[in-house]
Design a protein around this ligand. Structure first.
Ligand code: CS2
Length: 487
């Protein structure tokens, strides 16, 4: 028998004002930030920190469905398969699809009531080069925004135009809070916005630098994309008949840099950690949780696993992940004394084992070119610079080899899969050009949008990648998995 706890909204949703515009309305936003706002509104029995959630590219259907339900939906927080909390959420007060016509979005963004703009546009939505983190000016969408600054397509373009309009009307700017999985996501958002603004006017760029706050934040909650199967499960298991419901784990964490000149909700009373410096938390989460996720995804898919829980239940994979976290990623972290890294590692292993989530490895495998620098490579660079022993990065090198194998778009039996990545074409051309593993690995490591010179020039590292790649294609990935988990 499943134990279901239900939590209902305690305020009158139609009395709540919108103070936050969120760009990137997906499952993660609905199950993470919106829940913290819901708790805040419940505690105050209302207020003016409601959310207007916006999609700018895709998923207009979700916007329509949500609106047809008065923006009310549920989230199902699974502690495990037997213990679930079903929450009613009304924190999203308005939803908008800003496709070709962005004016309704600008009306919201330029409203004096809007104090904060939050973002979950994924790594690629910032248009920064993954390796050196400067704006990719040659990207066609950024080119479009340079040519058409008042009718932009990208998130940085929209922010620049909205800030320009606020400046021209003599309004204060809003605070911009990135909720994407990137290190120093505040600084990187600032970089994207200011680089683009500078191409329009140095004065505007300077005004943004002087007046706009870009706090960083670390977000954490495992929220698999919803599917027909998961919706059916919610209906059967919880009698939750809500097309817009989201299923997620019970764990949730949000660490936010406390820099909101135009004000903010008193989030610290809702479980948000408001801190001066987010960096240690971000690095720990990105390299341990997300790094392990990507490793499980590429190596797991090569071993024909489908979900995170399936992969971690395989002892060889649990050893690989513990080894990667304890021996390769943790030594790169500079953590406050109170953080017990081994306890964190074990908590991740048990979160990964939550089999009620059906978290698909193929979902995590998307956009690898944008993810692996901050998840694996930045740490590896630091270890190489400190003279990591030969073999000291074997799990990371196996990850790179399995990623390289994945992006060829076919498994060992020739069965094809779609490679969803902004660099998919470059990666497929690389495979077409290099038929032998030696040239493939050596050319791949020269992709300087992904690999820094420190990584590309390390002979030990490229040997380790080549070794893993050769073993993977000749004997299968299981032969690559002889890791123990002792430091
Ligand atoms: C995952 C993340 O899809 C991915 O790349 O690693 O979405 C992960 O589930 C979240 O960051 C957990 O907080």
């Amino acid at each position: 028998m499943i134990s279901i706890k239900t939590t209902d909204t305690l305020y009158a949703p139609d009395k709540v004002d919108v103070g936050i515009v969120h760009i990137g309305l997906g499952a993660f936003h609905r199950a993470h930030q919106a829940v913290y706002i819901e708790k805040n509104l419940n505690r105050h029995q209302g207020g003016d920190w409601g959310i207007c959630a916006v999609n700018i590219r895709s998923n207009s259907q979700l916007v329509d469905e949500l609106k047809s339900n008065g923006c009310r939906y549920h989230i199902a927080e699974y502690q495990d398969s037997q213990n679930v909390e079903l929450r009613e959420i009304n924190a999203i007060r308005d939803a908008l699809f800003a496709g070709a016509d962005k004016e309704p979005l600008f009306t919201k963004l330029v409203s004096p009531k809007t104090k904060i703009v939050t973002l979950t546009v994924t790594e690629k939505g910032y248009y920064l080069s993954p390796a050196d983190k400067t704006l990719r000016q040659d990207d066609p969408s950024i080119q479009h925004d340079i040519q058409n600054p008042t009718a932009p397509k990208t998130a940085p373009g929209i922010l620049v135009e909205a800030l320009y309009r606020r400046k021209e009307s003599g309004l204060e700017p809003f605070t911009i809070l990135s909720c994407d999985n990137m290190p120093e996501n505040g600084r990187l958002t600032r970089q994207a916005v200011c680089d683009l603004a500078a191409l329009r006017s140095t004065e505007l760029a300077q005004w943004i630098k002087d007046n706009v706050a870009f706090p960083s934040s670390m977000v954490d909650r495992i929220v698999p994309a919803m599917s027909d199967d998961s919706r059916e499960r919610l209906q059967k298991e919880l009698q939750c008949d809500d097309q817009n419901a989201v299923m997620c784990e019970a764990f949730s964490q949000w660490v936010v840099e406390d820099n909101f000149p135009q004000g903010r909700p008193d989030w610290e009373n809702d479980g948000v950690q408001m801190v001066e410096d987010v960096h240690p938390f971000e690095t720990m989460k990105l390299r341990l949780l997300n790094g392990s996720h990507s490793l499980l995804a590429y190596v797991g898919l090569a071993a024909k696993h489908k979900t995170v829980a399936q992969a971690i239940a395989d002892e060889k994979f649990a050893n690989l992940i513990r080894h990667y976290m304890s021996c390769e990623a943790s030594p790169t972290l500079d953590l406050p004394e109170e953080v017990q890294v081994q306890t964190y590692i074990e908590s991740l292993v048990s979160r990964f084992a939550n089999d009620s989530l059906q978290h698909q490895l193929s979902q995590i495998a998307m956009d690898g070119s944008q993810k692996i620098p901050q998840r694996w490579l930045n740490g590896a660079e630091e270890r190489l610079a400190k003279g990591a022993k030969q073999g000291g990065l074997n799990a990371t090198a196996l990850g790179v080899a399995a990623w390289l194998f994945y992006v060829r778009g076919a498994d060992l039996e020739g069965k094809q899969h779609k490679v969803d990545d902004p660099m998919a074409q470059t990666l497929s051309e690389l495979h077409a050009r290099c038929s032998d593993p030696e040239s493939l690995v050596s050319e791949a490591l020269k992709l300087n949008d992904i690999f820094s010179p420190e990584i590309s020039q390390s002979e030990d590292f490229s040997h380790a990648v080549l070794n893993a790649y050769q073993t993977l294609i000749s004997s299968g990935v299981v032969e690559c998995l002889s890791f123990n988990n002792r430091p």
